[in-house]
Design a binder for this molecule. Structure first.
Ligand code: COA
Ligand code: AMP
Length: 632
């Protein structure tokens, strides 16, 4: 069925998506499936009126799922499990939407959500959707500075936050970060609504901060507000090639149709099934497959506040799967590398009954074949590597098991998902031969669900994604298709690295290092890491005349990245060097440094300014514990 549907999605695009759109609730049907009157800006289901929250909750309550669990909050870090039926979740959301409306939040207003993995985060997202407000969730591992940048870009009316997050056994107070961010930002929200968690009591700012629980005691439930299919549902900021993040916009209608379609066809999930995306609601995976996708489809979603290891042991995932009858687990390969490292023989796996577990989906970074095969052997279920980006919001390449499973090729995310015309081009924009590496692009228009633009920045959208190959969306991934049409995603073509499945910009880190008063210039490269896939390693050249202890400067730099970007950057290794390898035109040879660090063969670049510098870099990396490249 895959081939047939794929061809239909490309050759009869409108017919294909019109059929998919029939599975969701519309207040008013669309005029056009795809409005392509203003390329390269495309709009799906123009003229349609819809509400994402209605489709996630009210529709199911009205159609027999009121008493089915909608969301199971499983939190080993607080020792609690709490189940919300569709009816209970709807009641919470409708009341919280009422609380937001009482604060003056209206359709089109932005609301920033800076919260940990608690049910209230999902409630907040759905409540915004209910009244047509645009949410922007900011991942809790980001520092105040990153939050401030997002506040200034999104200009939220309200910010929702909590007193703390919990990282294994550490309580991380969120409120000081929020206060600092508001202090740094130019834009000031009218109010903050703070969820006080028992583990930490936040100091409230009189007149600005409101108590979540208190507001809920008097809040009146409100109904869904119909919005245009093309209205934004949310903004999700993601790393760009500079320190300024990109505000990926998601619309309501296209997103709803695409996610609903993906649940059965990509993931083989049926209504009533238990679906678990072990990610964070601050990432695209969390938006799409903790909150919206499973609820649109009438599944039970798991919201897990814990880690794959250490909460309390590497059996944590198997405990959750068996306790809640999970059919489908979706996580990042790094989680499996962490489990494999602590339980190489899978002893913990055998302690649990995993009879209902059917599929493991992995995404977020390249899945090394070793990890994939280990998981497959240990679990005895298909392990599906699939490929997507924050920008697309749902997979571009996958083994669509709902359409009949194709043979798995380790190292490949299988084939383009219906709707995505994925091609591999050379520098000049020509298709490359099977097996040859090139730039991976998607022919426009992108299918529903993908970003229609960047928040308040159409030009950056065009410049970042649509200019390099006119008529195509640039994924910024490089890779190839083999003779069978299987896609292999090998690396990024820009400065983005994936650290434990978290997307980060090395350029952004370089901006932070350059801000240190002793640093003249610097380079940050992503170096292979057994657990996290990649980690950033920094090289700095000090200003002439700086005589301070380099070890102290390195510690300051590490602290600086932690404070300005956040702990999630995992920036823990840096070195002071005399000079950086460059081309004669002054371009730093980051790719060559990476190859040396990874122990890969590298060619001496013909344009290198001074070949001896590579030897120095090699020695520095050896001192940091990295293998030397062989050179030539
Ligand atoms: N709030 C505050 N701090 C956070 C945070 C949050 N929401 N999330 C992560 N951090 C902190 C961590 O505590 C850690 O801090 P530290 O340097 O003081 O130890 C740092 O950010 C780096 O976090 P992470 O890269 O996640 O490393 P880790 O060692 O805590 O955990 C894994 C490693 C592999 C177990 C974990 O990353 C994981 O489970 N990843 C797979 C699932 C996933 O989230 N995928 C994302 C997209 S699908
Ligand atoms: P994010 O926006 O955080 O989802 O990161 C998107 C990037 O992660 C992609 O552009 C890829 O570089 C990488 N990525 C995601 N999934 C995969 C995968 N299955 N295989 C290889 N790389 C992946």
């Amino acid at each position: 069925m895959y081939e047939q549907l794929y061809q239909q999605s490309i050759n009869d695009r409108d017919g294909f998506w019109a059929e998919a759109a029939a599975a969701v609730h519309w207040y008013q049907k669309w005029d056009r499936v795809l409005d392509d009157s203003n390329p390269p800006f495309y709009r799906w289901f123009a003229g349609g009126l819809v509400n994402s929250c209605y489709n996630a909750l009210d529709w199911h309550v009205a159609n027999g799922r009121a008493h089915q669990p909608a969301l199971i909050y499983d939190s080993p870090v607080t020792g609690s499990v709490k189940t919300y039926t569709y009816q209970q979740l709807l009641d919470e959301v409708a009341r919280f939407a009422g609380a937001l409306a009482a604060q003056g939040v209206q359709k089109g207003d932005r609301v920033i959500i800076y919260m940990p993995m608690v049910p209230e985060t999902a409630v907040a997202m759905l409540a915004c959707a209910r009244i047509g407000a645009i949410h922007s969730v900011v991942f809790g591992g980001f520092a105040a500075n990153e939050l401030a940048t997002r506040i200034d870009d999104a200009q939220p009316k309200l910010i929702l936050s909590a007193s703390c997050g919990i990282e294994v056994a550490r309580v991380i107070p969120y409120k000081p970060l929020l206060d600092k961010a508001i202090e740094l930002a130019h834009h000031q929200p009218a109010h903050c609504i703070i969820l006080q968690r028992p583990q930490e009591k936040a100091e409230m700012v009189h007149g600005r901060d409101l108590d979540w629980a208190e507001l809920m005691t008097t809040a009146q439930p409100v109904d869904c507000v119909p919005v245009a299919a093309t209205d934004p549902l949310y903004i999700l900021y993601t790393s760009g090639t500079t320190g300024i993040p990109k505000g990926v916009v998601r619309d309501n209608g296209g997103h709803l149709v695409a996610l609903k379609w993906s649940m059965k066809n990509v993931y083989d999930a049926d209504p009533g099934d238990v679906f678990w995306a072990a990610s964070d609601m601050g990432w695209a995976v969390g938006h799409s497959y903790i909150v919206y996708g499973p609820l649109f489809h009438g599944c039970t979603t798991i919201l897990y506040e814990g880690k794959p290891v250490g909460t309390p042991d590497p059996g944590a995932f198997w405990r959750v799967i068996s306790q809640h009858n999970v059919k489908i687990l979706f996580t990042a390969p790094t989680a499996f590398r962490a489990i494999k490292r602590e339980d190489p023989n899978g002893n913990y796996i055998r302690q649990y009954n995993l009879d209902n577990f059917r599929y493991l989906f992995l995404a977020g970074e390249r899945c090394d074949p070793d990890t994939l095969l280990w998981a497959q052997n240990q679990l005895g279920v298909p392990v599906i590597d699939h490929w997507w980006q924050t920008e697309t919001g749902w997979p571009m390449g996958a083994n669509c098991v709902g359409l009949g499973m194709l043979p798995v090729k380790p190292g490949s995310c299988t084939k383009p998902v219906p709707g995505y015309d994925v091609q591999v081009l050379d520098y000049a924009g020509h298709l490359v031969a099977a097996g040859d590496i090139g730039s991976i692009v998607v022919k426009l228009p992108m299918p529903p669900g993908c970003l229609p633009t960047l928040w308040n920045n159409d030009q950056r959208y065009v410049d970042s994604y649509l200019s390099e190959y006119p008529g195509y969306y640039l994924t910024a991934d490089a890779g190839f298709k083999d003779e069978d049409g299987y896609l292999f995603i090998m690396s990024r073509t820009d400065d983005i690295i994936n650290v434990a499945g978290h997307r980060l910009s090395t350029g952004g880190m370089e901006e932070v290092l350059s801000g240190h008063p002793d640093v003249a210039e610097c380079a940050v490269v992503g170096v292979s890491d057994e657990l996290k896939g990649e980690i950033p390693v920094g090289f700095v050249v000090l200003k002439a005349g700086v005589l301070r202890d380099p070890d102290i400067i390195v510690q300051e730099l590490i602290q600086r990245v932690r404070e300005q970007i956040g702990p999630v950057a995992s920036f823990k290794v840096a070195a002071v060097v005399d000079r950086l390898p460059k081309t004669r035109s002054g371009k730093i040879l980051r790719g060559t440094i990476k190859k040396i660090a990874d122990g890969n063969e590298y060619r001496m670049p013909a344009t290198i300014d001074d070949p001896l510098i590579l030897g120095e870099i090699s020695d520095t990396l050896a001192k940091l514990g990295y293998p030397k490249g062989s050179g030539d």
